[in-house]
Ligand binder design. Structure first.
Ligand code: SF4
Length: 77
């Protein structure tokens, strides 16, 4: 069996956008995001993809089809 060498720099998943559809309920969704990439400020939803870990907790817990995290794998060349 041939062993493949482990890449020196592994690939990582990166959020490109956080799309919100309709209204989110702060009681339901306010504390879901561990990094503040999706948060409420003055009652409005603010998204910051650069903080997103792509954990997908918001997609699972903010209500059916209310949040979509657009992401892609980035690998070293
Ligand atoms: S995927 Fe995770 S880190 Fe990114 S916005 Fe959703 S809850 Fe926050």
């Amino acid at each position: 069996m041939a062993w493949r060498r482990k890449p020196e720099k592994p690939c990582s998943i990166v959020a490109r956008a956080i799309e919100v559809y309709g209204d989110l309920d702060p009681d339901e969704c306010g504390g879901v995001c561990p990094t503040g990439a999706l948060r409420f400020e003055a009652g409005r939803v603010v998204t910051e993809p650069s903080l997103c870990l792509v954990c997908l907790a918001c997609m699972a817990l903010c209500g059916p089809s209310r949040v979509r995290v657009v992401s892609e794998w980035v690998c070293p060349e």
